[in-house]
Structures are given as structure tokens and as C-alpha cells.
Write a new protein. Sequence first.
Length: 91
Amino acid sequence: MADDEKKLSGAEEFVDVEIALAQPLGPEEEKALREALAKMDARTFASLDIATEKISASYDPTRVRKDELLQCVTESGGKLAHVETEGSPLL
């Protein structure tokens, strides 16, 4: 289990993640990624922005784990450069 997943207390609603890509997504990779993410529960993401060199998302950790999200990116052809995660507590 990843360190940031161990820190979840159950009080968090969504986790923010910024995924910097080592190289820009091509049109086919972006299409494959969007299709793969669309297969997830629609309530998984509060926000999702896919740019050519960065992916920003706010996701529900009870519906998808960070490693599943990263696997989805890499299986779609994305090359990870840096991943930064921040939990968001309930307000």
C-alpha cells in the first residue's frame, strides 16, 4: 500500500492529483485514456482535466486507487514524469 493511501482517515472526500507526463500525449493516447476513464464510475471524479503534458484530477479514493489511475494512464500510452497527490478533508 502506498504511503499516501495509508494516510487516508476516511474523512477525505476527494484526493487531488497532478500527473506530469514525460512526453505529450498524442491524439490516440488521449483518446484511449479518455475511453478508459469513461469506463469508471461517473462519480469517481469531481474534476478531470487532460492536457497534452499534464493530467489534473480530483478523485474519490473509495472508488479508485491512485495506482489504478496511474495504471490507466500508462496502459493508454502515457509516460509518467512526476505525480503529486494531496488529500482534501471534509469541510
